[in-house]
Design a protein around this ligand. Structure first.
Ligand SMILES: Cc1ncc(C[n+]2csc(CCOP(=O)(O)OP(=O)(O)O)c2C)c(N)n1
Length: 295
């Protein structure tokens, strides 16, 4: 697919940096890292025009493998940081990235409140169904009975039904794609960047070192593009059904979207009608009187 370059717009090389990627051969992080850059370039967003917030994990090690304003936070805590940054500067597009361990185990509470708050940010789930960086322990999205490091007899708990759970939170954007399909990831991420509200993008990610059940070949065999099969992404009930039922095939593409609801910051009464951002207001506010309270 050709990239519709804008005459003076950003190019892929603008996002390049000298640091070498250190992921395992065949890791899905390579594809996601490429699609993220492509989606930004094709959206006309230069590196100085975006904030990229990374959680801790294998995927988080992308944070110094591309340019852009970047943040690399604590495990499971990327969303509160991003929400605060968006409040400070609502004009800045923000993409956040988290592993399934960070997002559906360690920091699941933050995901719940990000969805119900409808923060206008993109959230990319690097879903390799395990804790990759700490050598393949089970996460809540590991398949039940799978043998993993630290659970050699297979995990006893049932797998958290992540899509059903997510739909129960009344999201405004849900998409799914997989790390071997760079063109589809790019299109989905571009749509997510334009979305009014919280855009949840579940990327099923190959992890050849630790995940031997949901492999690249498995995704190739099972994934289909629901949008190409005529799925109506405004149909909540149908979207939830095809998102949850992965027994025979795995639906991908934009599964659900609505844009008639205001995002979190549009609902904040003190911000309504303001022409300036909090970042600009801090610059022009003399706080020296307040500071005297601490002297
Ligand atoms: C608060 C906290 N808990 C635990 C850890 C240890 N830790 C670092 S990375 C990681 C696993 C990451 O797994 P996941 O979030 O799924 O991302 P992946 O490595 O698979 O991309 C863990 C448990 C940590 N750094 N901080």
């Amino acid at each position: 697919m050709s990239i519709p370059l804008q005459p003076n717009g950003p190019r892929m090389k603008d996002y390049s940096c000298a640091n070498k990627c250190t992921w395992c051969d065949g890791c899905g992080d390579f594809g996601i890292w490429t699609a993220v850059k492509r989606s930004l370039v094709e959206s006309g967003i230069p590196p100085h025009g975006v904030l990229l917030c990374y959680d801790v994990g294998c995927h988080g090690n992308a944070s110094d493998k591309l340019l852009g304003y970047r943040f690399h936070g604590l495990h499971g805590r990327v969303l509160p940081f991003a929400a605060g940054a968006k409040l400070a500067n609502p004009t800045l597009p923000i993409m956040t990235f988290g592993g399934d361990g960070a997002s559906f185990s360690e920091g699941i509470g933050h995901l719940v409140h990000a969805v119900r708050s409808n923060y206008p940010i993109v959230f990319v789930l690097h879903n390799n169904a395990n804790y990759g960086l700490t050598l393949g322990q089970a996460s809540s999205l590991t398949w039940q009975n799978q043998k993993m490091n630290s659970s050699p007899n297979g995990i006893p708990e049932h797998t958290l039904p992540s899509m059903d759970f997510l739909f129960s939170l009344e999201p405004t954007f849900v998409a799914r794609t997989f790390s071997g399909d760079i063109p589809q990831m790019t299109e989905v991420l571009k749509a997510a960047l334009k979305h009014r509200g919280f855009a949840f993008v579940d990327i099923l990610q190959a992890c050849p070192t630790w995940n031997h059940f949901a492999t690249h070949d498995y995704f190739l065999e099972h994934c289909y593009d629901a949008n190409k099969e005529g799925h109506d992404s405004s149909d909540f009930k149908k979207a939830r059904q095809i998102a949850v039922d992965t027994s025979k095939r795995i639906s991908t593409g934009i599964l659900y979207q609505r844009e008639d609801l205001p995002d979190f910051y549009e609902r904040l009464v003190p911000r309504q009608g303001r022409k300036t951002t909090p970042v600009e207001e801090v610059e022009i506010t003399d706080v020296s009187e307040y500071m005297k309270m601490f002297i």
